[in-house]
Design a protein around this ligand. Structure first.
Ligand SMILES: [Zn+2]
Ligand SMILES: [Zn+2]
Length: 213
């Protein structure tokens, strides 16, 4: 069974998720951890549960989601996995960080680019990657069909959607991603977004003020 723990990290309140199953194999989705204290919160939880982290996944490469990427990659000796269309954001990470008042040491050395053909596997669980541009190029949602759970990054929020005014953002592309690729998932799918509380596909179809059905 898929278990999920969320942490809210850094001033942008990025949800960093730990997923695992009964085998105690797990993955981390997004790396908002930006201070020693936040690093310790994550590691303490993982150690207390005796989890074995086998994968680091990034929904997209905006600075608030990658602040802890290098730390986690080094600590677990794993590459971070992300979509190549967002790679340009690694080149700009220091510049963005400085403009927002973050300190950003460096990009992770090990980056593995993945696309929709990538299968997420850990323990007995399998998940897929859904390419959902519009908020920014290279946005992936991670979908676990059997568990009926979606990690939607900054594409879909509870009664909200990702902003489209940043570089490579585009409102009609975002609408296409949400309506065609996310609203086609089963209604009872629980959605864990990159910021804010969880929701479901059925709730957003009815109550999302931007795109409802
Ligand atoms: Zn974002
Ligand atoms: Zn974000």
């Amino acid at each position: 069974m898929l278990e999920v723990k969320s942490f809210q990290f850094n001033p942008f309140g990025v949800n960093t998720y730990i997923l695992w199953d009964e085998s105690l194999s797990g993955i981390i989705i997004d790396s908002g951890n930006s201070t020693n204290d936040e690093n310790q919160q994550l590691l303490s939880f993982i150690q207390n549960k005796s989890l074995k982290i086998e994968g680091l996944y990034l929904t997209h490469l905006h600075i608030d989601h990658i602040l802890g990427a290098n730390f986690l990659s080094n600590y677990f000796d794993l590459p971070v996995k992300a979509h190549p269309q967002g790679g340009f954001l690694f080149d700009k990470a220091s510049e963005y960080a400085a403009s927002l008042g973050f300190s950003y040491d460096q990009n992770p050395e090990k980056i593995e680019y993945i696309d929709e053909s990538h299968q997420i596997t850990f323990g007995s669980l399998m998940g897929s990657c859904i390419y959902t541009p519009g908020h920014v190029d290279g946005s992936l949602c991670f979908y676990f069909e059997k568990a009926a759970v979606l990690f939607s990054g900054d594409v879909l929020f509870r009664q909200g959607v990702g902003r489209t005014d940043l570089e490579t953002g585009d409102f009609s592309t975002l609408e296409h991603s949400i309506r065609r690729k996310l609203y086609s998932l089963p209604d009872d799918t629980i959605v864990f977004p990159g910021h804010g509380p969880s929701t479901s596909i059925s709730f957003e179809k009815r109550y999302n003020p931007f795109f409802n059905v």
